[in-house]
Design a protein around this ligand. Structure first.
Ligand SMILES: NC(=O)c1ccc[n+]([C@@H]2O[C@H](COP(=O)([O-])OP(=O)(O)OC[C@H]3O[C@@H](n4cnc5c(N)ncnc54)[C@H](OP(=O)(O)O)[C@@H]3O)[C@@H](O)[C@H]2O)c1
Length: 337
């Protein structure tokens, strides 16, 4: 239970869900196709009204606009919310650059604090390791920011198995943002962080491929400037065919594809939190419906250090053919890119 408690917001009396975080990347309105900010604002408002407390953002997202949008909704309830943001990645024109030098992480944190209009960040993470800066140096910088009281916890993102083993072996309960889902099956990273990390799964729906969104048809459904064009899975025939079959099974059985995917992820060993990124109210509602399903059927595992849901319980709920299809995964799925 230690992992769970570590990430409780300051208001410990609240009965919040610590394993479902709302990601705000797409809410900034950049790179995810046509966007209506009013709908994303509605998502944040409704999420908080429905008791969700954990929100993930980054200075990098939409040039800071995701943080700015979030700032409008967190002020009144700041101390009962858990705000996670990141530094180390930034835009230069249309290029993505990394800078995780201690002074850069500090400067980016100050900008995040200003945009979020808050005095502290609950969790500040190294977005991606910077190949020009030893990870240890970046981590030491994060630790100093914690000592200063600017952040409550520090964390990391996108570390390899080797980096986890080398850099985190002496640490415990370090939030690590891990790209993982039935298409991107990086079991090795989950396993490597079992003892040291709180594994937080990002892009659980593979940026919309694993959903009923139009974009689940792949690259042909993306607009010219949609940055998901850079995601190789949007181009892979084997992956798109596998998704098509999953949709058919979902239609036949009447069981939500998104729910099946989230249940599969949350019942994998060493998965501690899931961070989907809804940007329209109906997408958030699908997640709220998911929470109701989990609660009604008591699917939460009692050992949160191992997985969020009990696999035995989950397997009784997800139709067998869907489950087997998800477990098998698509041919040609990558473990890294
Ligand atoms: N640390 C890192 O490096 C890192 C990397 C990636 C993500 N993240 C974090 O993880 C969060 C989620 O990742 P993500 O935005 O890449 O992808 P995601 O959650 O896998 O997919 C989000 C997209 O899926 C579609 N969708 C359809 N139904 C949905 C539903 N019920 N709930 C949510 N989305 C639904 C939407 O696309 P359409 O609106 O186009 O239909 C939405 O933009 C981000 O917001 C961010 O906080 C962190």
């Amino acid at each position: 239970m230690l992992k769970d408690k570590k990430l409780y917001p300051l208001d410990k009396g609240s009965s919040c869900i610590t394993w479902l975080w709302i990601g705000t990347w797409s809410m900034g309105g950049e790179g995810f196709g046509p966007h209506d900010e009013r709908l994303s604002a509605e998502v944040l408002k409704e999420a908080i009204q429905n008791g969700l407390t954990h929100f993930d953002t980054a200075g990098f997202y939409a040039h800071g606009r995701s943080e700015t949008l979030l700032s409008r909704f967190i002020r009144k309830k700041r101390n009962s919310l858990f705000i996670s943001t990141k530094g180390g990645l930034f835009w230069k024109g249309r290029k993505v650059l990394r800078d995780a030098r201690p002074e850069a992480l500090r400067a980016q944190l100050v900008e995040s604090l200003q945009r979020l209009r808050t005095e502290y960040i609950d969790l500040y993470q190294l977005h991606w390791p910077d190949p020009n800066v030893p990870i240890r140096e970046s981590i030491d910088a994060l630790k100093r920011l914690k000592e200063e009281g600017l952040i409550r916890y520090w964390g990391v993102g996108n570390l390899t198995v080797k980096q986890i083993r080398k850099e985190l072996s002496e640490e415990r309960n370090i939030p690590h943002q891990v790209h993982f889902n039935p298409i991107h099956r990086d079991f090795g990273v989950l396993e490597a962080g079992r003892l040291t990390c709180i594994n937080c799964i990002v892009s659980p729906l593979e940026q919309g491929l694993l959903s009923n969104s139009l974009v689940s048809r792949g690259v042909s459904a993306l607009t010219k400037r949609d940055h998901r064009r850079r995601n190789p899975y949007f181009h892979k025939t084997e992956v798109l065919q596998w998704i098509k079959r999953l949709k058919e099974l979902s239609e036949k059985t009447g069981f939500s594809l998104v729910h099946a995917v989230l249940l599969w992820i949350g019942s994998r060993e060493a998965v501690n939190a899931i961070v989907p990124g809804p940007r329209r109210p109906e997408q958030l509602r699908e997640l709220l419906e998911f929470l109701r399903l989990v609660k009604t059927l008591s699917l939460e595992s009692d050992d949160s250090t191992n997985s969020i849901f009990s696999e035995t319980g989950v397997k009784e709920v997800v139709p067998e053919r869907m489950w087997n299809h998800i477990c098998k995964g698509p041919e040609g799925s990558l473990s890294d890119f």
